[in-house]
Write a protein that binds this ligand. Structure first.
Ligand SMILES: Nc1ncnc2c1ncn2[C@@H]1O[C@H](COP(=O)(O)OP(=O)(O)OP(=O)(O)O)[C@@H](O)[C@H]1O
Ligand SMILES: Cc1cn([C@H]2C[C@H](O)[C@@H](COP(=O)(O)O)O2)c(=O)[nH]c1=O
Length: 197
């Protein structure tokens, strides 16, 4: 089973993802962008470059996803493992959907989803850590171009569109709560997800 953690920068995904290692010691923990491949290195260069072309950035993230799928996610799922990914394809739909809104693409989010449809492995469940853009930007420290409240408001609106389209896949958790309460809610959600599997 593939479970993904999604949300704005600073929503607390990594904090939760790290804590879950102790709760599910046999699970495969992974993330996007990847942190162990040259594809991930290329993505991180694009994140750090304020002048990076948004369409080129989309394809770098997508290349990293293709490598992540073939090298980590599909083999783990084939072994029957529980895979927990800190960010995954929805991050592309939400973030690059926002970055490309003023491009020549008419419907950026649909375009990005279309590119993925041919090859991706959709998540079975997605836990969405919901936080307002201002809190997200403040927590994340505004260290890169994606971590700005105005941009994150557009990203959040895209996440809401994704949730509306597939309400059965998403579990929303209030990420404005203290970290221990967020973790409690995520653990409860995961228990339910696994009991239904
Ligand atoms: N529930 C919370 N309440 C207050 N602060 C939090 C909470 N969860 C995480 N933080 C803090 O917010 C900051 C960002 O947390 P974290 O790295 O887990 O977020 P993230 O969603 O993974 O962000 P990014 O997507 O930018 O990597 C950290 O300093 C963390 O300690
Ligand atoms: C996977 C993915 C990520 N992003 C953005 C979101 C963050 O601002 C950075 C890095 O992610 P991290 O969780 O803070 O390490 O990249 C994106 O725009 N598109 C994606 O597909």
């Amino acid at each position: 089973m593939l479970v993904t953690l999604e949300g704005l920068d600073g929503s607390g995904k990594t904090t939760v993802w790290e804590a879950l290692h102790d709760v599910y010691p046999d699970a495969v923990f992974t993330r996007e962008p990847t942190d162990d491949s040259w594809y991930g290195d290329a993505v991180n260069r694009a994140i750090g470059d304020d002048d990076a072309d948004p369409l080129a950035t989309l394809f770098l993230f997508t290349a990293d996803h293709a490598d992540h799928l073939s090298r980590v996610v599909r083999p783990a799922l084939a072994e029957g493992d529980l895979v927990i990914s800190d960010r995954y394809s929805d991050s592309r739909y939400a973030y690059q959907g926002a970055s490309l809104r003023d491009s020549d693409l008419k419907r950026p989010m649909e375009y990005i989803m279309g590119i993925h449809a041919a090859f991706t492995r959709p998540p079975d469940k997605t836990i969405y850590l919901d936080v307002d853009p201002e809190t997200a930007a403040a927590r994340s420290g505004k260290t890169n171009k994606f971590e700005q409240a105005a941009y994150l408001a557009e990203v959040r609106a895209n996440y809401e569109r994704l949730i509306e389209a597939e309400p059965e896949r998403f579990v929303r958790v209030d990420a404005t709560q203290p970290p221990e309460d967020v973790l409690d809610d995520v653990e409860a959600a995961l228990e339910e997800i696994l009991s239904e599997a």
